[in-house]
Design a binder for this molecule. Structure first.
Ligand code: PLP
Length: 633
């Protein structure tokens, strides 16, 4: 557990059990636990093999409850004179089952939704089955979207368009003219997104701040208020919104932004505007790293501290300004969904370098080989940097001599082996602390990665771990079994794509950088599974189809209420087939089969292929359309 820093990122949901397997506690640290290997074995019995995405729906419910209870507690502790009404931004994970689970768990808290596009509006509007539920509509809008939002209001629902640009305000007024959608005499309600001065820090901080893509500046807001000032425009500003970006690292930044927004709210209230809601957006962070305060994306606060800071800050500003506090809204997505899904894949193969010394002078004595041999001995005790520099210089001479024809194949092979054996010796002597490592040349520091075993895994980084590739996000990754056995290898993970970026060589660590993962050697005829954790936010939907690897199979796992400690798998969503992925880029089986058959028939005609072989060949081609895009057993 400690080796893979489970307590730091697991938030009480993950642990290693007595069997040496990773287990999940969907209800939190005190609740029953589900053994991940048992889930995989049960799936295999149903002929479902990794790669597979496991969703723990109970965990999703737990997160919804934890978030709402944290705000309720903060409101009770501070005596805040209004309520909290969270909304779930579906962009984080739009899967219907995820959204429905969140809404069901959120019903006692009047939890609502947020949408950021026309498609998301269509998906969310019919879910407003209670009139008190909020649907916050962010993102760029066109006329049809605005009309639909107003139609939602006509239905008596709290569907609030958030104006992100002045042009959208004009669109709102135009949409109002189109039809008398809201009831006569009842103004259409709307919100505005503020462009605050306060910014966050971290991988997503550009979503907030003065230069962000989104929101109205203060002067634009005042201009807008002048236009609706006469009270006859048919619209009513009800909500102020800001979003600083996802994964805000520091509580101090959140406090600053909330203070600024609360001040704007209060000053507008004092001007007589009846604004009801203050929506603080998303940004509530998740600890992916192993408690490393310097890692990008690492956060310095808990859920409870977040809620308390937001509530207390708004309260203080409102008290100081003498205005009633607003209904508080947050749009936490990552914090609700990240924990609930675990991606499990199988290691298909490993490749290790051989670091043993070659049998001496098999290919005949050569001065360069003798020099390498001397450096191998020196590597045990001589200064690291100097020895490594000499080693690289001799290696270049070896390569040059080989190109010029002065070395035999055997001698070149021997030189390579000596080089790697010497690197391995130097690597063993590398300092552990990151400060000491910093003083060494880059190439030397990278030795652990260069020497690491390659673990070929059945997955695509671009499909399942997009933020790792795109923004260098580290995800917790570890074997889900054999944890009662010390891992003796250091590996990096290689995916199936033909792309050198399709690998994982950065891992969570409490200090500095970590470029290899502790892993076990493969055993013959025994699968070795790796779990990728905290995969529930953004990864599913943003993953792409590089090399046409498609969605992986999903299994939705529930705790069995009748039998504590047991679980059941309610839903298996099959992963994409080759046929489905090809259709995305306009290749269809009929057309492809016809072309393939033409190639086959040409050979049959010339007698190069027997007709029966031709039929078998075409059948094989057809069969592969129906297989998974990942490697099958
Ligand atoms: N609200 C808005 C407007 C967003 O753009 C986002 C995503 O960045 C969110 C909410 C969700 O943020 P998070 O996942 O950090 O909670």
């Amino acid at each position: 557990e400690a080796l893979y820093h489970v307590p730091a990122w697991g938030a009480g949901f993950f642990h290693v059990n007595e069997a040496g397997h990773v287990a999940v506690r969907p209800l939190g640290p005190e609740g029953p636990s589900i053994d991940l290997l048992e889930v995989i074995e049960r799936l295999r019995a149903q002929h479902v093999h990794p790669p597979v995405l496991l969703r723990f729906q109970d965990l999703l419910r737990t997160r919804v409850q934890q978030l709402n209870r944290a705000f309720r507690r903060a409101i009770a502790e501070t005596g805040y004179a209004n309520t909290y009404r969270g909304v779930y931004p579906i962009k984080v994970n739009q899967l219907r089952e995820v959204v429905e689970e969140i809404l069901e768990a959120g019903a006692p808290f009047s939890f609502g939704l947020e949408c950021g596009s026309k498609s998301e509006l269509l998906a969310t509007l019919p879910y407003l089955d209670r009139d008190d539920m909020l649907l916050i509509c962010n993102g760029c809008k066109d006329r049809a979207m605005m009309q639909l939002i107003l139609a939602g209001q006509r239905l008596g629902k709290k569907v609030i368009p958030v104006i992100e640009r002045m042009a959208e305000f004009r669109l709102l007024l135009e949409a109002l003219e189109d039809r008398s959608l809201p009831q006569a005499g009842v103004p259409a309600i709307f919100g505005v997104r503020l462009r605050l001065s306060a910014t966050g820090a971290g991988l997503w901080s550009e979503s907030g701040g003065e230069t962000s893509k989104f929101g109205l500046s203060l002067s634009e807001l005042l201009g807008l208020l002048d236009r609706i000032g006469d009270g006859h425009s048919g619209v009513s500003l009800q909500l102020l919104h800001f979003h600083m970006g996802s994964q805000i690292a520091h509580l101090a930044h959140i406090r600053e932004a909330v203070t600024e927004a609360a001040r704007i709210y209060a000053r507008l209230r004092k001007r007589g505007l009846g604004i009801t809601y203050l929506d603080i957006g998303g940004g509530l962070g998740v600890t992916y790293e192993a408690g490393n305060p310097d890692a990008p994306g690492s956060i310095d606060y808990s859920l409870g501290e977040y809620a308390h800071t937001v509530v207390a800050t708004v309260q203080q500003v409102c008290e100081a300004e003498g205005v009633p506090p607003p209904v508080l809204i947050s749009e936490s997505g990552r914090a609700l969904t990240a924990y609930h899904s675990v991606f499990v894949t199988e290691v298909l193969d490993t490749r290790s370098r051989h670091y043993e010394l070659p049998a001496w002078a098999n290919g005949g004595i050569h001065p360069l080989l003798e020099e390498l041999r001397r450096l191998y001995d020196a590597a045990a005790s001589e200064p690291l940097s100097a020895t490594y520099e000499q080693l690289e210089a001799v290696r270049q001479q070896v390569n040059r001599s080989f190109r010029e024809g002065a070395l035999s194949l055997e001698q070149k092979a021997e030189a390579e082996q000596l080089y790697w054996a010497t690197c391995a010796r130097l690597c063993e002597r590398l300092p552990r602390s990151s400060e000491a490592l910093e003083t060494l040349p880059e190439n030397l520091r990278q030795l652990p990665t260069r020497l690491a075993d390659h673990y070929l895994c059945n997955f695509s980084v671009f499909r399942s771990l997009i933020d790792h590739w795109a923004i260098g996000q580290h995800f917790p990754i570890m074997p889900i079994h054999r944890l009662d056995e010390p891992p003796t290898r250091h590996g990096i993970l290689i995916d199936l794509t033909c792309d050198s970026d399709g690998q994982v060589s950065d891992f969570v660590t409490p200090v500095g950088e970590k470029h290899t993962l502790e892993l076990h050697p493969l055993r013959p005829d025994e699968p070795y599974y790796l779990g990728f954790f905290l995969m529930g936010a953004y990864q599913d939907i943003m993953g792409d189809q590089h090399n046409l690897f498609g969605r992986v199979t999903e299994a939705h796992v529930y705790l069995d209420e009748d039998e504590p400690g047991n679980f059941y798998i309610e839903l298996i969503l099959p992963g994409a087939t080759v046929e489905k992925e090809l259709a995305q880029v306009q290749y269809y089986p009929n057309d492809l089969e016809r072309r393939m058959n033409r190639l086959i028939q040409e050979k049959v005609r010339t007698g190069a292929l027997r007709p029966r072989e031709g039929v078998e060949l075409l059948e094989l081609y057809r069969r592969v359309f129906r297989t998974s895009t990942y490697l099958e057993h």
